[in-house]
Design a protein. Sequence first.
Length: 587
Amino acid sequence: MKKENSRKGSYRRFIRLIHQSNPSYGQLGIALILSILTTLVGLTIPILTKNLVDGFSVSNLTAGQVTGIIAVFLLQAVLNAYSTYVLGLNGQRIIAGLRELLYQKLIKLPVSFLDKVGSGEMVSRMTNDTMVVKELITTHLIGAITGMISVIGSIIILFVMNWRLTLLIFIVFPVAAAILIPIGRYMLHISKETQQETGKFTGVLNEVLPEVKLVKASNAEGIETARGKEGIMRLFRLGKKEAKVLALVSPIITLVLMAALVGVIGYGGMQVSSGIITAGSLVAFILYLFQIIMPMGQITTFFTQLQKSIGATTRIIEILNEKEEVLTEGAKLEDAKQPIRFQDVCFGYDDGELILEDIHLTIEAGKVTAVVGPSGSGKTTLFKLLERYYQPTSGGIFIGERKIDEYSLHSWRSHIGYVSQESPLLGGTIRDNITYGIEREVEMEELLYAARMANALDFIEQFPLQFDTEVGERGLKLSGGQRQRIAIARALLRQPSLLMLDEATSSLDSESEQLVQQALEKLMEGRTTLIIAHRLSTVIDADQLIFLEKGRITGVGTHHELMQSHALYRKFANRQFKLNDELRDKA
């Protein structure tokens, strides 16, 4: 009973999901009517053949008979072509609607969900899963609808023509159903596993291909080849299971239908010899039997594909049911030039281990606060909480006297300028990337000002297309320093009140670092600034330094104060400054 209810629930969810994609029911209705007409026209062909066989002779063959048969074939072809087009068009519309629903959902899902599931899995659901549904609707649904109409119409006519002969056909059908229904259920199970494995394999591709330079530089081709092969072999094993199932389905159907055909010819031949029916009636009966046999393959394929589609849409529905970020819910933050306080903040991911513990911290408005400490101490997690990608497990973050989560996400994030170590760019032009996320028309004067302040105008003007230069996938046509300065120009254009710098110069050469550092100093003027720094030399002039160890703040003060009071900070600083001196001497 539970399994039955589960299957019914799966079908209902599938139908509900298709409804959400806003299909044109009017056009679908027209296509269905045309399909019925096409089948009805096709059902007249055996009758015409019967009359032709029963009274066949060259002298009896009239132009009207020939014209009638040709007209029926042409009419059937035209109606079938148009109904197929209309169904195919609506299938494409349904898939477009489904992809739009899914894409909008993916964009609005919180970072915490995307971090957990992975981008490869999301890409798989967006492409592979929707493609399975597309195949069902645009290819198999058409054949199934016309096939079912043909089967039902043929069976009715056969009962009218000769009910005894028709009953003979149905003796073998229950046996076939008893075998095929369990196979269909097993097919659904295989389909779900296949979709999951496809998602994992897509994740591996999305992880490895963008970092193929790292793979080659590390001589890790063998490792990644083995990793890819493992995913391919898992998919192969599932494909082999599917092939075995399909290999069973086809012979069973063929055996059933051949048994029915042999029975009809044998029993029908006896009736013809006894004079109960004419030879033309037997020919018509066999033709109608073929109008049952031929669509059965299409119908079986449809239901097999339907099981795959339900498996795929189950995964899509899981995403659509996820709670998304509500960007506009909450108050509007008018003045972000206020102190920001972390009060008793603790945070841990789903596994329960705390990453941050008892964080008490005040970030003064208009001043520079730097967060330093060993790798894995929770510096980046602090940024994620401030960006509201995650919520604190306990405690709260305040701006002024109100919690930051009282303000809408859109309002809160509009006051933040973020420059990361990686400085990701999107495919498009330099102009597109500098103005990214700006909801108003950006004047050329503003663009030039932002680029100049970010020390980016000089290199931009060296390109033939200047601001219309394509940056390539993830900005790979530009150097690290150039990408960094474009990111700074983007932050400048937003005019943020709160500036967050995540080790923005750590991966640059000395010349690029100097240019980027100059741009950052202009950007930081008069703004509340929070910096993650591994190199203390870049933040020794900060108004406040926060030292994090294993998720706890163990030191707060200026560089000079911490050098006096914090042993580990002093050790860090002395080691780095000594290293810098050695490098300077070698140079």
